[in-house]
Design a protein around this ligand. Structure first.
Ligand code: CTP
Ligand code: A1H0Z
Length: 439
């Protein structure tokens, strides 16, 4: 029977980026423990391999420790598991060199029920080390042995309670279970000479994702029997259960947000479009010149530029996935235009792994307006920038100075402004948000 206050199992943490849990569905599927305690009616623990170096993503920091809105990625994954109260222990495998950093993360974000173990040289070896900490018969075991163990990659932050309930329940009945997704591309088999040998029928295959869950005895037995070759090159825990324990895993259709951080490819491609928003329809004189220089400068750098005079097409742009905005304020000294733009961006889902960059461009006719007066007005931008940074929007300011009687200097400053804008968009420097750069 279904009892227990499921809705209170996973409160949405205020300010959390994780979407609200789909507890309703979990409630429909998940059996509870006797006595009304929510969760599958067995002891459950989780093992989180987090000992990789993120070679495909590149960069000096392993992807599980990369900051996302200022917080390490692994902390989101831990938060997602930790808010499921029936997962009693979470064993995280981390390399010795990152152990202190991991301890600091646990301390800073107050993660609970976490035990750290040393990672191995491969993912399978790290998982095996995690299992050993839960195994009653192992000298390094420290924790109670669960009936079911969940295995989940540290770099899949969007795991929800309902899919955890599904895999755990299926593992209880079948010995092993894992989340799957439809294949996004067709898989082909090349022959030795580099020609097409076979093309798999996509409808008959699935992508194996995480989380997975196992009867502890099944998966621990499998790991203890498996060969060095398996531990070195294997990528599939479900396969170990099949090969060594003849346990056929139940496959559970998972939601699309179970994806794993692998490469940078998508945001890089997305980043190639720049939307230039104007507060005027005018395209003559210095505005025309600025548009021309900007278009040339940005397109030379391999982007495509959409000019959006008078902000009319903003709605369309928001519906798309533009990550770069240049907002040119010519007619007013205030922030009307940029406020409208930022409001629109606010309503969009925050981009976790790639900040949206917005450059607000202003002009100063230094013969008619005093520099200090203009600066005072533009100081407001600092607060705006601070606010929107919370949503991974980086706001920068560029001020182009000119005098009416020196067209040549105006052109030169506009060119310099355009090159500052290009660097800001390219570098996405978090430290420069809210700063006004002067051309
Ligand atoms: N020796 C290893 C290698 C990987 N992992 C973990 O296994 C999960 C999934 O592996 P993968 O995406 O391959 O991570 P990396 O090995 O870090 O990435 P890459 O393959 O690009 O180097 C990650 O959380 C990773 O930290 C681990 O615990 N120990
Ligand atoms: O697919 P990748 O090479 O990134 O990683 C291998 C495994 O982590 C991955 O296949 C599991 O999530 C599914 O068993």
């Amino acid at each position: 029977g279904i009892q227990g206050p499921w809705a209170s199992v996973s409160p949405t943490v205020k300010g959390s980026l994780l979407p609200p849990p789909r507890d309703q569905r979990a409630m429909e599927r998940g059996p509870t423990r006797d006595g009304g305690e929510p969760g599958p009616a067995v002891a459950v623990a989780a093992v989180l391999p987090a000992g990789g170096c993120g070679e495909r993503l590149g960069g000096p920091t392993p992807k599980q420790f990369c900051p996302v809105l200022g917080r390490p990625l692994i902390s989101y994954t831990l938060q997602a598991l930790q808010r499921v109260s029936w997962i009693k222990d979470i064993v995280v495998a981390v390399t010795s060199e990152n152990m202190d950093m991991m301890r600091a993360i646990i301390h800073q974000y107050q993660h609970q029920r976490v035990t750290l173990v040393e990672a191995g040289a491969t993912r399978h070896r790290s998982i095996f080390n995690g299992l050993k900490a839960l195994a009653g018969d192992h000298p390094h075991s420290k924790l109670p042995t669960p009936t079911v163990v969940i295995i989940h990659d540290a770099v899949r932050p969007f795991v929800e309670e309902d899919v955890l309930v599904s895999v755990v329940t299926a593992a209880k009945d079948h010995g092993a279970a894992g989340a799957i997704r439809p294949l996004v591309s067709t898989v082909i088999t090349p022959s030795a000479d580099g020609c097409l040998d076979q093309s798999l029928d996509r409808a008959k295959h699935r992508a194996s994702e995480m989380p997975q869950a196992f009867l502890f005895d099944v998966i621990y037995r499998a790991y203890r029997q498996c060969s060095d070759h398996d531990l070195e090159f294997g990528t599939e825990c479900l396969h170990l259960a099949l090969k060594y324990c003849h346990t056929k895993a139940k496959l559970v259709e998972g939601p699309p947000d179970l994806w794993k951080v692998r490469r940078k490819a998508l945001p890089y491609k997305i980043s190639q479009q720049v939307c230039v928003v104007m507060d005027t329809k005018e395209d003559a004189g210095c505005i025309g010149f600025l548009q021309g220089v900007l278009k040339k400068e940005l397109e030379v750098k391999g982007t495509s530029v959409t000019l959006c005079p008078n902000g009319q097409d903003l709605q369309k742009i928001f519906l798309g996935e533009c990550y770069n905005f240049v907002c040119i304020n010519t007619t007013s000294a205030d922030f009307h235009q940029i406020t409208k733009l930022l409001d629109g961006l606010e309503s969009r889902t925050p981009s976790l792994f790639y900040p949206v960059a917005v450059v607000s461009v202003h002009f100063l006719d230094s013969q008619n307006v005093s520099f200090s007066e203009r600066m005072k007005e533009l100081m407001e931008m600092k607060d705006f920038a601070k606010e929107v940074k919370e949503r991974n929007i980086f706001l920068y300011g560029v001020l182009v100075c000119f005098t009416q009687d020196n067209l040549q200097q105006l052109h030169e400053n506009v060119r310099q402004g355009a090159s500052i804008i290009t660097s800001l968009l390219k570098d996405r420097n978090a430290g420069l948000t809210g700063q006004l750069l002067i051309a």
